[in-house]
Design a protein around this ligand. Structure first.
Ligand SMILES: Cc1cc2nc3c(=O)[nH]c(=O)nc-3n(C[C@H](O)[C@H](O)[C@H](O)COP(=O)(O)OP(=O)(O)OC[C@H]3O[C@@H](n4cnc5c(N)ncnc54)[C@H](O)[C@@H]3O)c2cc1C
Length: 333
């Protein structure tokens, strides 16, 4: 098996870096132990709106681990298991049975397409509707000791006008802040946006008070097709994995679990001789319901009145958060 990866070495990626329970378990079966990699245990969640906080235990043990570290561990594991991993190789074009890189044309009778948010020319996804005009930001931070202690063990989802933020610890006493913001709201520069969000939400302001950013500017991404589930057409020998098969709204923190689930299903399909249509049907069955539910929940939280209501209700009945967390998982082992 040949694996082509365009990055030449470890790289930071836009991601909340929340590894949900089923992803932790799936990684363990692949021989990747999130705890040994320094993953920060996460067992509870806080939902925040305008400084009001609802808190609940999660119905599974999750973890925070940077993609910088996790993706390298996965590639190392692939090498150890005999894959021919080629780094710094960008696929420019692809078609059933063929992959074109900067330097060569490779025959690929079976093509596992796992390019994530980025489409490859020739095999681009066909989104059902235009992607939301959301911009994603990610920044690693060093929080003050008190704020680090307060955040440890929790993933925090902070809802605001035109988007939401995820905040949690990853390895090495680092916090990850990941934001999704409507394009309409991002007509200012990053420091101005962050300052405005801190004025709006006293909880976020407290967390970020005295924090040092690891990078001058955050990583950014634009137009992620949230809610996408591959409906075809299916091409011979082409199996779509991860975000190429289904894209769940980020606040659920289940994109990596879906990617791992799809990899397992696709590998099984290939070994059994199932065609791509059979595999994609199984993916629609497994990933479709959580993606649709998460998409509906995201749309609802765009209304300030509903955000207030949701936080009030979950303060009163924290079990609601646990149910929502379970219903937006691709599968629980
Ligand atoms: C803002 C945001 C926050 C998120 N937060 C979370 C979270 O907290 N938890 C969670 O589980 N999920 C989260 N997700 C979703 C998660 O990041 C994705 O669902 C997941 O990474 C999908 O995995 P993948 O393998 O499909 O793609 P990726 O992880 O994006 O991997 C694709 C790989 O393909 C390589 N590649 C791309 N194009 C080419 C090419 N042409 N040639 C060669 N190589 C190529 C890339 O370099 C990359 O290594 C978030 C997403 C966003 C946008």
């Amino acid at each position: 098996m040949t694996l082509l990866e365009r990055e030449t070495g470890p790289a930071h990626k836009i991601c909340g870096e929340f590894i949900s329970g089923e992803a932790v378990a799936d990684l363990a079966t692949l021989g990747v132990d999130v705890g040994s990699l320094g993953g920060a245990p996460i067992g509870a969640m806080r939902l925040v709106h305008r400084g009001r906080v609802a808190e609940s235990r999660l119905p599974f043990q999750a973890a925070g681990l940077s993609r910088f570290r996790l993706d390298e561990a996965l590639l190392a594991r692939a090498v150890a298991l005999g894959a021919d991993v080629r780094r710094g190789v960008r696929v420019r074009n692809a078609a059933p049975g063929m992959v074109q890189t900067d330097h060569a044309s490779l025959s690929a009778p079976i093509l596992l397409l796992a390019t994530g948010k980025h489409d490859v020319r020739g095999l681009a996804r066909i989104p059902g509707r235009a992607p939301e005009e959301l911009i994603g930001f990610k920044l690693h931070l060093r929080l003050t000791r008190a704020q680090r202690a307060a955040l440890t063990g929790f993933v925090e989802v902070i809802l605001f006008d035109g988007g939401y933020a995820g905040l949690q610890m990853v390895e090495g006493d680092t916090a990850n802040l990941c934001l999704l913001v409507d394009r309409g709201r991002y007509d200012v520069d990053w420091p101005t946006l962050l300052a405005a969000l801190q004025r709006e939400d006293s909880h976020l302001a407290r967390r970020l008070d005295g924090a040092c950013a690891a990078w001058v500017r955050p990583l950014t991404i634009f137009r992620v097709p949230y809610g996408f589930v591959h409906q075809g057409p299916d091409q011979p020998g082409v199996y779509r994995l991860g975000d190429q098969a289904a894209v769940i709204p980020s606040f659920c923190g289940d994109g990596m679990a879906i990617a791992l689930h799809s990899a397992r299903l696709a590998a099984t399909a290939v070994l059994q001789g199932d065609d791509p249509a059979t595999y994609h049907r199984a993916m629609r069955r497994d990933a479709g319901p959580p993606v649709r539910l998460a998409q509906r929940a995201y749309r609802l939280t765009r209304s300030p009145a509903i955000r207030t209501l949701v936080v009030s209700a979950t303060r009163r009945w924290p079990g609601l958060l646990r149910v929502a967390a379970l219903r937006t998982r691709v599968s629980m082992p």
